[in-house]
Design a protein around this ligand. Structure first.
Ligand code: SAH
Length: 283
């Protein structure tokens, strides 16, 4: 637990997530996932292979992601997302495995699909919505969902600031994720309007949150939420911040496009802003 004191309900999750494999040769996605407590089926592994090939193919046409080597894609993009699964299950507002209706997850600023698409591969029982502001990336996400036969996945070309005010989306998700998109105060403003009360947001971050975390704690109650967990995931490079929506979010939020990042709620000084994700913001 990196920052126990300010949390109302400090929870350490490293014990349930399991220990990571020792550094060294890449054991392959299957083995690495298993070492993080996630068993992937051969069908899922096959989809990850096809996803990796698609990423590499599209990357030759336009800049989808800076990560291009096959092993790096598996290690830094796929495994990073797969490692969120135990936390997703643990913090979900209800038992995901015994759900009476299809749980809905929204991935904000999905880019080339992270972490939403790997989550969709691993959890076909979730309805996954990928929200992405850049049209070309949405075209990729649409193509990937078709190529990988992911019937549970749809991509929406929109900014989260707009979606958060649409009837079909506001207050309608159980789970939210966002990786390498914005600082914690902005992420809270973008995600909380989309969640229903009790819903949970997972924000994988880099290790150094000295400024961002206190700012996130100031911001959380302003949009009807609380930070409920903070821990380092297996691999030691990603800190996972978990927020819960505790009450209705004011209709004022999210503010219009760009404002959540430029004028973060809770008053993060501009010099300390960060949109870094895991791995020091590389993506
Ligand atoms: N989550 C991905 C991509 C990170 S790059 C990953 O981890 O690899 C950030 C992405 O978020 C970009 O593709 C950008 O277009 C998108 N984005 C930024 N702000 C957004 C917003 N307000 N609404 C929707 N998408 C946004």
């Amino acid at each position: 637990m990196a920052a126990t004191e300010p949390f109302a309900t400090p929870i350490s999750i490293s014990s349930v997530i399991g220990v990571s494999a020792p550094p060294g040769a890449w054991p392959g996605l299957s083995e690495a996932a298993r070492a993080s407590g996630v068993a992937l089926t051969s069908e899922q592994l096959d989809r990850f292979d096809r996803y990796r090939d698609l990423l590499r193919h599209w990357n030759t046409r336009f800049n989808l992601t800076a990560v291009v080597e096959p092993e790096a894609i598996e290690r830094r993009l796929f495994l990073d997302a797969v490692r969120l699964l135990p936390a997703l299950k643990r913090f979900a507002p209800f038992d995901l495995d015994g759900a009476s209706r299809t749980p809905r997850l929204v991935d904000i600023g999905s880019g080339a699909g992270f972490p939403g698409l790997p989550i969709a591969i691993c959890r076909p029982d979730l309805a996954v919505t990928l929200v992405e502001a850049t049209a070309k990336k949405v075209a990729f996400l649409d193509a990937a969902a078709v190529e990988l036969d992911l019937e549970n996945t749809r991509a929406i070309h929109a900014r989260a600031e707009e979606l958060g005010h649409e009837l079909a989306h506001r207050g309608s998700y159980d789970l939210a994720t966002a990786r390498a998109v914005a600082s914690l105060p902005a992420l809270l403003e973008l995600s909380m309007p989309l969640l229903r009360e009790g819903g949970i947001a997972l924000f994988p971050k880099g290790l150094d949150l000295a400024t961002e975390l206190p700012a996130g704690q100031r911001a959380a109650p302003l949009v009807g939420s609380a930070l409920i967990a903070d821990d380092v995931l297996p691999g030691g490079e990603t800190r996972l911040i978990v927020a819960r929506k505790t009450s209705a979010t004011s209709r004022r939020f999210p503010r219009r496009a760009g404002i959540p990042t430029r004028q973060p709620i809770g008053g993060l000084p501009s010099s300390a802003r960060s949109d870094s994700g895991p791995g020091g913001g590389r993506r």
